[in-house]
Design a binder for this molecule. Structure first.
Ligand code: ATP
Length: 254
């Protein structure tokens, strides 16, 4: 699988003629890191992830310019499944799990994303799907307990765990997380944050979008602030956490 830095260069995206959601956005997710994107509602955060994963709404959203690469592999213009097969997997906002399927079935569906790689080495791929499942159940033991339950009956936090677990079943090099702690109680949000650290320690790079700026800056090594479709600020997260502007605008410190 391709590895290396996920590099977004000069990316511009519009919805129809009227809305220019991203204008010339560039950022890197260096291999092995957690990179965060902060920004107010409507700044373009979800659009950025969707442009990377190839999931812009096809009837309206379009990449007007720019490139996305993973290492030396161009991802721009690939179908969503080809992006997954290349190793970049998005966990959508709102934890869209398949509510009528069981937890186990959801996880199996996630493994289908790695199918592009199965033809190369059938036995090897099957083995790594089993290994991925084991890793997911170690990260989220509650999913093993609830394996036969319908996903729609899980709590919000458990659904988020399942959504992340399902994405991990595709054995991503880079995981894209859209607001992983949105709507969760603080304790559950902290648990999800711990898991993000653990996933990163196990070798997966992450691009995390968060409204909870304090949490995002704590989790990441570098961060980018999007404002009306442009990168207004970027730098090491520790530095941004100390910046007066970021503290005032995003951390609620006056
Ligand atoms: P939020 O946190 O509210 O999801 P965001 O930072 O993720 O905000 P986006 O959802 O990427 O922002 O939206 C960026 C801009 O594009 C906004 O002006 C939004 O209204 C617009 N937009 C998003 N999706 C569509 C769409 N399908 N059709 C038209 N405009 C859209």
């Amino acid at each position: 699988m391709a590895r290396g830095t996920l590099a977004v260069r000069d990316l511009s995206v519009s919805y129809g003629r009227a809305v220019r959601a991203l204008r010339g956005v560039s950022l890197d997710v260096p291999e092995g890191t957690v990179t965060a994107v902060l920004g107010a509602n409507g700044a373009g955060k979800t659009t950025l992830l969707r442009a990377i994963s190839g999931t812009l709404p096809f009837h309206r959203g379009a990449v007007d310019a720019g490139t996305v690469r993973l290492g030396d592999r161009p991802l721009t213009g690939l179908s969503p499944s080809a992006v997954v097969a290349a190793g970049v997997v998005q966990v959508p906002e709102g934890r869209r799990v398949f509510g009528r399927l069981t937890v186990e079935e959801n996880l199996r569906a996630g493994a289908l994303g790695a199918r592009g790689r199965r033809s190369v080495d059938r036995a090897g791929a099957a083995e790594s799907t089993a290994a991925a499942r084991e890793r997911v159940l170690e990260l989220f033991p509650v999913l093993a307990k609830r394996a036969r339950q319908r996903a729609g009956l899980l709590s919000g936090g458990e659904q988020q765990m399942l959504a992340i677990g399902r994405a991990l079943m595709a054995r991503p090099a880079v995981l894209l997380l859209d607001e992983p702690t949105l709507g969760l109680a603080p304790l559950m949000a902290e648990r999800i944050a711990e898991t993000i650290r653990e996933i990163n320690l196990q070798g997966t790079s992450l691009l995390v979008i968060e409204q909870n700026a304090a949490l995002a800056l704590e989790l990441s090594s570098a961060a980018h602030v999007l404002e009306v479709g442009e990168v207004a600020l970027h730098g090491p997260s520790a530095e941004l956490a100390g910046s007066d502007e970021v503290r005032r605008r995003y951390l609620g410190v006056s």
